[in-house]
Design a protein around this ligand. Structure first.
Ligand SMILES: Nc1ncnc2c1ncn2[C@@H]1O[C@H](COP(=O)(O)OP(=O)(O)OP(=O)(O)O)[C@@H](O)[C@H]1O
Ligand SMILES: [Mg+2]
Length: 328
């Protein structure tokens, strides 16, 4: 839960992490997530207001993630947000979680604006978007199998590293050689799509081989393989989208220092300004939800009523319709 002023000033941002509990199972357990949401929500709300130094009456609007995600957890947040909005007569804004990852860039960068090409790399998504304006997005490409964050988590498990796998692999990779272990890169030539399942299988083979290399070398080589594909495809998509003025990076994997470093170098070379949020705003946080609500209302996109529903799965955008020259 977070209190954000003017879309950019974070007055408080509370993350009630359940990571330690889910780590025992190597991933998020939906039932545990819902129960913890119910237990924590009132306390987290009080703490967010107290830390911000504001009261209920100081709020101008309530924003809440209503899609996509685990229904039990979404239901708890949306119910609480509806109660607040109704009791305080405030506008309610249902936010798409992936749109919020994008808007994390608007919190810290005054020059974040549209148009842009954006790469969202998170636990459940690896999507490339052309962002034309607030709420006007086109999908350029997406993963055909695992998301990049999912690949980090699954491969970390294969390597015997902790959950979540992204930070664990990044830490292990620091003392490893990124070219020590030859690993495949799925280029899917001519498409802006991604695939990480072959890389995962290759890591499994290396880990289970008779004489496996040191984990640090596997981690560094895996990270390099993921980063190479993400960087090359993002810059290619940005060029193809008609050289938009900026490239945005978002989502949990965007916290990865190697990805930030190589993306920066490639964008510098291509003459494209690159923006990414600080690491704490890359992984899930409430400040990005509040900021999205602010920009949503500012852009005149309207508010929701108490019929706002929760949705397990919904893409943020679809691919542009390409007319068939054959006419059929
Ligand atoms: N430093 C890092 N390097 C690489 N990956 C990272 C790093 N930090 C976090 N991640 C990965 O980011 C993912 C979590 O990101 P995020 O919180 O955005 O995902 P999510 O909310 O579960 O998924 P989605 O946003 O797609 O619904 C995990 O897969 C985690 O391993
Ligand atoms: Mg997320």
């Amino acid at each position: 839960m977070a209190v954000v002023a003017d879309g950019r000033r974070i007055l408080s941002s509370i993350v009630a992490s359940q990571m330690a509990e889910h780590a025992r199972y190597g991933g998020v357990v939906p039932e545990i997530a819902s129960r913890r949401h119910v237990e924590q929500i009132n306390l987290v709300l009080q703490t967010a207001l107290r830390d911000a130094g504001v009261g209920f009456r100081d709020m101008d609007a309530v924003a809440v993630t209503n899609r996509p995600g685990l229904l039990g957890a979404l239901l708890v947040g949306v119910s609480a947000a509806k109660a607040l909005a109704m009791a305080l007569s405030l506008p309610l804004v249902g936010v798409h979680h992936i749109e919020a990852h994008l808007y994390a860039n608007f919190i810290t960068h005054a020059d974040a604006a549209f148009p842009a090409v954006a790469l969202v790399v998170s636990g459940g998504h690896t999507d490339l978007f052309h962002l034309k304006n607030h709420g006007d997005y086109v999908l350029l490409g997406r993963t055909r199998d695992d998301a990049a964050g999912e690949a980090f988590d699954k491969c970390a498990r294969l390597m015997g590293l902790d959950y979540p796998g992204g930070p664990a692999i990044e830490a292990a990779a620091k003392s490893g050689n990124p070219s020590a272990v030859p690993l495949p890169r799925a280029w899917l030539d001519g498409t802006p799509d991604f695939s990480f399942s072959g890389l995962k299988t290759a890591v499994r083979r290396v880990v289970q081989s008779a004489d496996p290399p040191p984990v640090a070398d596997i981690a560094a080589s895996f990270q390099e393989a993921v980063v190479d594909v993400l960087v090359t495809k993002t810059v290619a998509a940005a060029r193809q989208a008609g050289a938009p003025p900026r490239v945005l990076l978002a989502g949990g994997v965007a916290a990865n220092a190697r990805l930030r470093e190589k993306m920066q170098a490639a964008c510098d070379e291509a003459g494209l300004p690159l923006l990414y949020p600080p690491p704490a705003l890359c992984t899930d946080n409430a400040a990005m939800i509040a900021a999205t609500g602010y920009f949503h209302l500012q852009a005149g996109r309207g508010s929701d009523d108490l019929s706002l529903d929760i949705i397990a799965s919904e893409p943020l955008a679809v691919r542009a319709h390409v007319p068939n020259p054959g006419g059929s």
